[in-house]
Design a binder for this molecule. Structure first.
Ligand SMILES: *Cc1c(COP(=O)(O)O)cnc(C)c1O
Length: 393
């Protein structure tokens, strides 16, 4: 059949360009060491920044909650899938951030679709950093709003776009959305300047803090707190639970009116089964550890410093980032694949990130660190990278 033949041709073309994607099968839990194809690998590519994904206390909270709630939630939140566990987690997340309310979503991807497609209407404008996560872009495209993208971190360019007459003459709503910490670069949005500009231009600011929540700022309250701002300066705050918190799902925090509007209008909230209640209980346990074990953030920061200094010393400078995401820019996809493959042969797992996840010509190794890594682990990574560098791969 012609359609299926064309799929095969597309697959062949991807392979030829070094853009073919394939999965690895892990035999056990996430952590600094993972089992793949019967081999133990030292891993530097999960988003489990605090080492909580396989924490025994979080796992136990989930197991014991299944004895009370079972496994499946059985229905959407608005039918009868919304349990005491979900409700308590929403209240605790709102308290933790100092927001009025929070609303759980099954995934971060769905939260972003829900916010953008649910709240924006025809005639509205949405402005996004060029390097925003795909789910923010997709959410804008699913909405009827007009999407403009501004150059990465460029607040002045955004200010010019916001000031354009086509935008200010009509009375429609404007929303500015940005990653708090950029997922493939590790750098941080200029949140204070963005908040000032949004206020001046009467635009609503939305931060996707998937990689800041739990890791940055006092008690791990995220990139808004790290910027020294009240959470109310960011009317739409979204974060995920599958990264630093080590579980799964996401939430949006904001005012009562925002949350009630999402409950009425966000289709990715309304038309889907609620996350398992036991997962909400596991996340409550994890959120407690985020506040009670600040050493995890301290350890992570020390490891970041060790890696950056080590890389500078061997002449392989990392991209500018102070977060757990420490990419090594390599350029062409084939080169990134070669490096990733050579690391694998030495027992180190770092996936190559290629277009379209990152712009053309900027394929990279996205190295991520976790509080569960040891200093020796970082030193081993440095040793293998130095050998590769000397072989001039
Ligand atoms: C991971 C991620 C998401 C999606 O979250 P999931 O819960 O994995 O669907 C959204 N935004 C950013 C910036 C992310 O890194």
């Amino acid at each position: 059949m012609q359609f299926l033949d064309s799929l095969q041709a597309d697959l062949d073309a991807r392979r030829a360009q070094g853009l073919y994607r394939a999965r690895r099968v892990l035999e056990g839990a996430q952590g600094p060491r993972v089992r793949v194809d019967g081999r133990e690998l030292l891993s530097f590519c999960s988003n489990d920044y605090l080492g909580l994904a396989a924490d025994a206390r979080v796992s136990e909270a989930m197991c014991s909650a299944t004895r009370r709630y079972g496994v499946g939630s059985g229905a959407a939140h608005l039918i009868n899938g919304h349990t005491r566990a979900h409700h308590a987690l929403e209240e605790e997340l709102a308290d933790f951030l100092g927001s009025e309310r929070a609303l759980l979503f099954s995934t971060g991807y769905m939260a972003n679709l829900g916010v953008l497609a649910g709240l924006l209407e025809r005639g509205d404008h949405v402005f996004q950093d060029r390097l925003n996560h795909a789910s923010l872009i997709d959410g804008a495209q699913l909405s009827a709003a007009r999407l403009r993208r501004y150059p990465h971190l460029d607040v002045d360019a955004l200010a010019r776009q916001l000031a354009e007459p086509s935008q200010s003459n009509n009375k429609r709503n404007s929303l500015v959305a940005t990653d708090g910490v950029f997922s493939m670069d590790g750098d941080i949005a200029p949140i204070e300047r963005l908040a000032g500009l949004a206020r001046k231009q009467q635009a609503v600011l939305m931060i996707d803090d998937a990689h800041g929540f739990g890791v940055l700022g006092p008690d791990g309250r995220g990139s808004v707190a790290a910027a020294g701002l009240e959470i109310s300066r960011v009317p739409v705050y979204m974060a995920t639970l599958g990264k630093a918190l080590g579980t799964a799902g996401a939430f949006v925090a904001g005012s009562h009116a925002l949350i009630e509007s999402l409950i009425q209008r966000a289709r990715s909230y309304i038309y889907t089964t609620a996350m398992p209640a036991a997962l909400a209980e596991a996340t409550r346990a994890s959120l407690r550890l985020v506040t009670e074990e600040p050493w995890r953030r301290d350890r992570l920061a020390q490891l970041v410093t060790r890696l950056r200094e080590g890389m500078a010393a061997i002449g392989l400078p990392l991209m500018p980032s102070t977060t757990a995401i420490q990419p090594l820019l390599l350029g062409e996809p084939a080169r990134a694949l070669r490096w990733s493959e050579a690391l694998l042969q030495a027992g180190v797992l770092v996936t190559a990130i290629r277009p379209p996840t990152v712009p053309r010509g900027s394929a990279r190794l996205r190295i991520t660190l976790s509080a569960a890594h040891q200093e020796d682990d970082v030193d081993r990574l440095l040793e293998v990278l130095q050998q590769l560098q000397q072989k001039n791969a």
